[in-house]
Design a protein around this ligand. Structure first.
Ligand SMILES: Cc1cc2nc3c(=O)[nH]c(=O)nc-3n(C[C@H](O)[C@H](O)[C@H](O)COP(=O)(O)OP(=O)(O)OC[C@H]3O[C@@H](n4cnc5c(N)ncnc54)[C@H](O)[C@@H]3O)c2cc1C
Length: 392
């Protein structure tokens, strides 16, 4: 393992880091890969300041220690195909996960299919069902942009809080890798589309000292979250670039950069909804209080993509909320790179710059479903990144 790319949370979950990663827990830099040395790195100046914060949003990642739920359940006359519990990886795994749910739903023989939920998983599964020839109606309490998925960071982080390491069996790893690859390749098909729903960015992890290794387990001895990306997707991860002090514009620091897929969620969601409508999809706003409420639907096959909502709807106490907060600031079209510094991530989303405190482990925000914004944390996130650009 290269000395600069230890098993650090930021590299992983957040890791991904490169920054960004850390935000969600994926690893951007493959273990064993050697950073390349490039020419001097010139980063466009970022106007990071607390007065440019436009909003602070909070949402919960729907985490299950054993990973997402995909089984098929009979509830009265209905067949319910589950597709929820993707932790910090819901967008990243959505296409592969939706493919599993689609196969399970189509296998029932029905062609009129209901999807419960209009977040990352519901929307992608609905599209895949349409592509498979089904007539689809989405039933949901909330629609974009008022769904939790709209409050995500927007990075390809497929192993972010996806399960605990102890549950990452060989069978799970195989299924996960297939989902992650299928999603990655589907996302490539959105590159270059109008509105830039998806794009590659360069993300830079910035260190005050040459970074070393961090322990794999959480500091308080709690079980580790699975880290799968470097083991199973190394071929999808570009080699990192290394910039020593003097070869970049961020002072006497050490910088490691990687390329990473980013989702501009506003444009991306619009693209998905447009396709759903084009193929005749229908949406009905409604809330289900218990599974017995499904009896009123005319469709016999249902896909359950209710995310964290499944905890109340299905009584799934294995769903644990992992709180995450974003500070959004005014977009800056010239800033096309991400940063990760002192456990804070910055993502150059075109629909609003994102600043996020990642915490020092994946347990940051664990079992916390409070959705009240923390202004102090938001300003700390912005100010930490701003300090990289302070004149010395
Ligand atoms: C701060 C943060 C950053 C994140 N960053 C990333 C990232 O960069 N990349 C990534 O891949 N993932 C990221 N995630 C994770 C990702 O956001 C989630 O995994 C994903 O949003 C889950 O989507 P979902 O469709 O399952 O749930 P949701 O988006 O919550 O959608 C659920 C849908 O079901 C509906 N519903 C729920 N209950 C009911 C009910 N009883 N009746 C009717 N309808 C109901 C809701 O109204 C909604 O339409 C992040 C999460 C957080 C919190």
């Amino acid at each position: 393992m290269h000395r600069l790319i230890g098993r650090r949370r930021f590299l992983r979950g957040a890791a991904a880091v490169a920054t960004l990663g850390a935000l969600n827990g994926c690893r951007l830099v493959p273990e064993g890969s050697r950073p390349e040395t490039r020419e001097r790195l010139q980063l466009a100046r970022l106007r990071a300041s607390a007065d440019r914060i436009t909003r602070v949003t909070v949402c919960t990642r729907p985490f299950r220690a054993a990973g997402p739920r995909f089984d098929v359940e009979k509830i009265g006359p209905k067949t319910v195909v589950h597709n929820y519990g993707h932790g910090g990886s819901g967008w990243s795994l959505s296409w592969g996960s939706g493919a599993i749910a689609t196969a399970n739903a189509i296998a029932t023989g029905e062609r009129d299919i209901a999807v419960i939920g209009c977040g990352a998983l519901g929307l992608t599964t609905a599209l895949l069902l349409q592509r498979a020839g089904a007539r689809v109606i989405i039933y949901a309490k909330d629609l974009p942009p008022n769904v939790r998925s709209a409050l995500a960071t927007g990075l390809y982080t497929p192993d972010s809080r996806i399960c605990l390491e102890q549950h990452a069996t060989p069978a799970f790893k195989q299924a996960w890798a297939q989902m992650a690859r299928q999603s990655f390749h589907t996302y490539l098909g959105f590159l270059g589309m109008p509105g830039t729903p998806v794009e590659f960015i360069d993300s830079y992890a910035v260190f005050d000292e040459p970074p070393g290794q961090a322990p794999r387990t959480a500091p308080d001895g709690r079980p580790a979250f699975a880290e799968l990306q470097s083991e199973l997707l190394a071929d999808l991860m570009p080699r990192p670039d290394e910039f020593e002090p003097g070869r970049h514009t961020l002072g006497q620091r050490h910088v490691v950069g990687v390329s990473q897929l980013m989702f501009n969620l506003t444009a991306y969601t619009h693209t998905l909804l447009t396709e759903f409508n084009t193929y005749g999809g229908k949406i009905e706003v409604t809330e289900f209080h218990t599974p017995a409420d499904f009896a009123r639907l005319k469709e016999k096959t249902l896909v359950n993509a209710t995310g964290y909502g499944a905890r109340a709807l299905f009584g799934d106490q294995s769903l644990v909320p992992v709180r995450g907060q974003l500070a959004r600031t005014i977009p800056e079209p010239d800033v096309r790179y991400g940063l990760f510094y002192r456990n804070v991530g910055f993502v150059p989303r075109r629909d609003g710059l994102v600043f996020q405190v990642a915490g020092d482990s994946d347990y940051y925000g664990y079992d916390d479903d409070t959705e009240v914004p923390d202004r102090e944390e938001a300003e700390r996130a912005v100010n930490t990144i701003a300090s990289l650009f302070a004149k010395t």
